[in-house]
Write a protein that binds this ligand. Structure first.
Ligand SMILES: O=C(O)[C@H](O)[C@@H](O)[C@H](O)[C@H](O)CO
Length: 440
């Protein structure tokens, strides 16, 4: 099988997040997070599922590290659970929490794999949410304190640091439309949470630098915005949605500015924080899954846009259109828009879910996932040929895991997880990725 070719020093990895795989939510001093609260709230999660056990990674991380060593990946993007380190989000760190990540990071390093640590993948300590969460500017400063604790403890071993995972999703899905924790429905009044997360990114980057961190970047999710029709009003809606979903999180970090449209929705004095947010970065991490369709707002719609599905493409079981060329388009547009302000890029997440299950032969055959990865890697290669400086790629995800409000039905892993027995079964895509990563 001919694979797309990449430079020998290209960094191959896999990604996960703490809340989606660890389980052990009440063990070793971990405090409750907004997602523990959300999963315990009726009607919020499909089939009433929760992540108390998830993939039980907290107890089975050695087995999972052995799987990554088998894959031959050069890096593992994981997240640390803020409520495991600071159960209420402030104050003295929980030594058992630090000890867990000490052991995990040591064993990842011992397997010859570079740890890439995301400090925050949406599991805000509930105590901070009770004080307003990301609506409260103080949370950004608490986050910087948390970052300093991690930097001090792990900067000697961690290769790549990512303060926040997808602040856009936290703001829009968590505070804007209530689909994710903490479940607020504030629409555009959620935008102060975007600013406070951007501020947290800047303050945490300063704290990590002070602790001697090697390489710091982002993991922002981005989508090319595709107009549903040629109407001028749709073009205006496209510009607005691009500002909201993409530029509100890229511009302040890369340029030290916010798109004009967003200014009226930001907290007073936001401009004074831009120099803190606009920290020099070593890389820009992009999570790509799909383009986003848009049209002009209909009658009575309070928003300056209307979301539209992208049609005419094969779909995943998570209702995502499979559009590899969207990745090339996105990266080339970023190169054009940010030019010398865009540091080297890592694809920090890309992946797909299908209803994978062991077949009669005990194997898990997932040809659609192999096609998905192959297609997106070819599109990535094209973007690199067009001049985008891409240094690495992380598959979402190593393991099947808890897919937020959709629970366990969407399976994104290269490794199948039987949630009854916690048995791990590498899928065909695991073998495919192994060959690619090992240049076999
Ligand atoms: O991008 C995200 O939404 C998150 O970073 C992951 O936690 C998701 O599980 C994954 O993307 C699949 O939807």
């Amino acid at each position: 099988m001919n694979y797309p070719t990449f430079p020998p020093e290209f960094l191959w990895g896999v990604s996960t997040s703490a809340f989606q795989i660890e389980g052990a939510t009440a063990e070793a001093g971990r405090g409750p997070s907004i997602w523990d609260t959300f999963t315990a709230t009726d009607g919020k999660i499909a089939r009433g599922e929760d992540a108390k056990v998830a993939a039980d990674h907290y107890h089975r991380y050695s087995e999972d590290i052995a799987l990554m060593a088998e894959l031959g990946v050069g890096a593992y993007r994981m997240s640390t659970a803020w409520p495991r380190i600071q159960p209420t989000g402030t104050g003295k760190p929980n030594s058992d929490g630090l000890a867990f990540y000490d052991k995990l990071i040591d064993d990842v390093c011992a397997a010859g794999i570079a740890p890439a640590v995301t400090l925050y993948h949406w599991d805000t300590p509930q105590a901070l949410e009770d004080d307003g969460g990301w609506l409260n500017r103080d949370t950004a400063h608490h986050f910087a304190e948390y970052a300093a604790i991690l930097g001090e403890r792990f900067a000697d071993r961690v290769k790549l640091w990512i303060p926040l995972n997808e602040p856009m999703v936290m703001s829009i899905y968590g505070y804007g439309i209530g689909e994710y924790a903490p479940g607020r429905f504030l629409l555009l009044d959620a935008l102060p949470t975007a600013h406070h997360q951007n501020l947290a990114h800047g303050l945490a980057t300063q704290a990590l630098r002070a602790a001697g961190a090697e390489s710091i970047g982002t993991a922002n999710n981005h989508s090319p915005i595709w107009p549903a029709d040629e109407d001028d009003k749709t073009e205006a809606a496209k510009t607005w949605l691009d500002a909201l979903l993409n530029r509100t999180f890229a511009d302040p970090v890369l340029l030290g500015t916010y798109p004009e449209q967003i200014h009226p929705h930001l907290p007073e004095g936001f401009a004074d924080d831009l120099s803190t947010i606009h920290q020099p970065l070593d890389f820009y991490g992009v999570n790509y899954y799909e383009p986003q369709g848009v049209a002009a707002p209909g009658e009575g719609n309070p928003l300056p846009f209307e979301l539209r599905p992208v049609e005419g493409y094969p779909m995943t079981t998570n209702d995502s259109p499979i559009v590899p060329q969207g990745l090339r388009e996105l990266l080339v547009s970023f190169q054009d828009r940010y030019r010398e302000h865009l540091p080297p890029v890592y694809i920090t997440e890309n992946g797909c879910s299908f209803a994978d299950a062991p077949a009669a032969d005990g194997q898990v055959h997932d040809p659609e996932r192999i096609d998905f990865l192959d297609g997106h890697l070819r599109a990535l290669r094209e973007a690199m040929n067009a001049g985008v400086d891409v240094r690495g790629y992380f598959v979402w995800s190593l393991l099947d895991n808890f897919e937020w409000s959709k629970g366990y039905a969407p399976r994104f892993g290269l490794v199948h997880v039987d949630y009854e027995t916690q048995r791990r079964t590498p899928k065909d895509s695991f073998a495919w990725y192994r060959k690619l990563v090992r240049h076999e």
